[in-house]
Write a protein that binds this ligand. Structure first.
Ligand code: HEC
Length: 95
């Protein structure tokens, strides 16, 4: 039982490390970096700026998801899939 629990913990740790590493690549392949940079303001706010803006807010990921995917919102249309977008939002909030 203990061994099962340990391997579950290890698997979770590996998964979350993968998330953090995959997301900068995702933001490149999805074209986000054309308008965003982690540190600097470009056409859109820096990802760090957005992380600070939403830090500690309840439902931050859902709010951001809606803000950047709503076709009636201010955000330019995106090519990323919903899953990729959610992965990137989780990553942005860790910055
Ligand atoms: C054509 C330029 C462009 C592209 C491509 C782009 N963005 Fe943006 N983004 C903007 C602009 C401009 C804003 C500011 C206006 C707004 O908040 O909607 C913004 C705002 C944001 C915000 C902050 C939203 C908020 O409510 O504070 C996030 C997070 C974000 N973008 C993520 C992404 C991600 C992830 C991608 C790639 C899938 C992406 N953007 C692609 C231009 C772009």
């Amino acid at each position: 039982m203990k061994a099962v629990l340990m391997s579950a913990i290890v698997a979770a740790a590996v998964l979350s490390a993968g998330l953090v590493q995959a997301s900068p690549e995702l933001s490149k392949s999805a074209g986000c970096v054309k308008c965003h940079d982690i540190e600097k303001k470009k056409k859109g706010p820096s990802f760090k700026e957005s992380a600070v803006k939403y830090k500690g807010k309840a439902g931050a990921d859902a709010t951001i998801f809606k803000a950047i995917t709503d076709p009636k919102g201010d955000h330019p249309e995106m090519k990323a899939s919903a899953d990729d977008t959610k992965t990137m939002i989780k990553w942005i909030l860790t910055l």
